[in-house]
Design a protein around this ligand. Structure first.
Ligand code: BGP
Length: 458
């Protein structure tokens, strides 16, 4: 039996844009996903957009009962900026305030620790139309939005989160064309990354002013970059990949400063963002109280085989190739590598290089396409998910024994939810969602998770 520390948190994560859905008259404004689905529905798996998702807006009361039934002692969701402030800046939608207050109160009444994220890839379209995160005005609007959240919900929220995986909209929006505005513009991408960090630091400052007792953190998708070999060229590739992928937000968020090598590389490509005097002091003075870590799969890299064409726009992959390790263990239902040991390595990195700051594993999970095929006697028999969770928990437990400061494990996700361009392709939930009538049914893992939480281990 592996027993976790006292008061270890057991729960799951979801986000507003992936679970709430929209109904007529709810006052929600468009975010970039609503807009993009209207103009380019073909980009979304199966032509399924963000309109309905898992109807949490209507069904939250019975869904909160399911949190209890599946043994949650912690729950993480996000406020949709475009629901609270439909135009991104300006008037507050009071219906949204009422909705979030009811949800948060319900979570509190169930004695579940509540983590609330302010931003999960969902920029209000009105701000995107003015240039989005490339503009300093968006940073200022975000700070006003964050302050509104702290003032309106501060009495109900246990832990705040400024951003979820902030590197993802940078990579996907300005390099790989997987998020709106789906462009290739490295200069804009780096400006966006910088503005996002600045916004996060401003939110930390505001939160400390308004709710000094509530910890505030940032959620990063961390993985060490594993080099193909110990060849110096592979080691260099891994070091640089990690600078872009992880340290670009990890260092300023936790240490209050950017790695000098990252700044030098960006300068070399003439991509330094515009900034104002005082910004770097602000980042230095407003570091996070704790860290959220999302971990699904490792990043493996090798030295680049080819040199980039001089006319090609800058990509971080100038410095590394993605590497497929022979014999890797796969989740065949999602196409991602499974490498449980990654958790242990992340934990030790945080312990040794980031002051052993308190952290929570805020996402980890196994996506499965076509999960209906595992139904037997009316229930999804997701033993593969239980094994996946156990494997990662063993590594987490080992790290905690060695002094890692991890306070909880949140699975992605609670009820199967809609996921960006993948829509409902990959199911992750402890609870199955039937898309034909939106009914919910516990999976085998939902029952198992309750026991895990009750026993504080397995
Ligand atoms: C994470 C995101 C989540 C969720 C998850 C699963 O990176 O934070 O929002 O989407 O990935 O992704 P997918 O459905 O593409 O497998």
């Amino acid at each position: 039996m592996l027993t976790f520390p006292d008061k270890f948190l057991w729960g799951s994560s979801t986000s507003g844009p992936q679970s709430e859905g929209r109904i007529a008259g709810d006052g929600k404004g468009d975010n970039t996903w609503d807009h993009w689905f209207r103009t380019n529905p073909e980009k979304f798996h199966g032509g399924v957009g963000p309109e309905v998702t898992s109807t949490f807006y209507q069904n939250y009361e019975s869904d909160l009962d399911l949190l209890v039934e599946t043994g949650h002692t912690a729950f993480r969701t996000s406020i949709q900026w475009s629901r609270l402030i439909p135009d991104g800046d300006g008037a507050v939608n009071e219906m949204a305030v009422a909705f979030y207050r009811k949800v948060f109160q319900g979570v509190k009444d169930s004695k579940i620790e509540l983590l609330v994220n302010l931003y999960h890839f969902d920029l209000p379209m009105a701000l995107e139309e003015k240039g989005g995160w490339t503009q300093r005005a968006t940073v200022e609007a975000y700070e006003r939005y964050a302050r509104t959240c702290f003032e309106r919900f501060g009495d109900l929220v246990d832990r705040w989160i400024t951003f979820n995986e902030p590197i993802v909209p940078v990579e996907c929006g300005y390099f790989y064309q997987l998020h709106y505005p789906a462009t290739v513009d490295p200069k804009a991408g780096i400006q966006v990354a910088y503005h996002t960090q600045l916004a996060s630091s401003l939110a930390v400052r505001a939160s400390h002013e308004i709710n000094p007792d509530a910890p505030i953190g940032i959620v990063l998708n961390l993985t060490p970059a594993y080099p193909r070999s110990q060849h110096p060229a592979d080691l260099k590739a891994a070091r640089i990949a990690e600078l872009f992928q992880a340290k670009s937000f990890l260092d300023p968020s936790v240490k209050g400063e950017y790695p000098a090598e990252l700044i030098a590389l960006i300068k070399e490509h003439d991509l330094l963002p515009t900034y104002q005097s005082g910004d770097l002091d602000l980042i230095r003075q407003n570091t996070v109280d704790y860290l959220g870590v999302n971990y699904y799969q490792p990043l493996r890299v090798a030295a680049p085989k080819y040199q980039a064409h001089p006319d090609s726009p800058f990509f971080p992959e100038v410095y590394f190739d993605h590497y497929v390790m022979p014999g890797r263990k796969m989740n065949p239902h999602r196409g991602w590598e499974i490498y449980e040991r990654g958790i242990y390595d992340i934990a030790l990195d945080i312990k040794e290089n980031y002051g052993n700051i308190e952290w929570i594993l805020t996402e980890n999970g196994m996506g499965v396409e076509g999960e209906e095929k595992f139904r037997q006697d009316g229930m999804i028999q997701d033993d593969y998910r239980i094994e996946f969770i156990k494997g990662h928990l063993e590594e987490l437990h080992r790290a905690i024994q060695e002094g890692a400061n991890c306070k909880g494990y949140l699975l992605w996700t609670f009820i199967d939810c809609w996921s960006w361009l993948n829509s409902y392709k990959n199911r992750y939930g402890l609870v199955e969602l039937d898309l034909t009538d939106q009914s919910r049914r516990l999976k085998k893992s939902g029952h198992w998770f309750r026991k895990l939480s009750q026993q504080n281990g397995f």
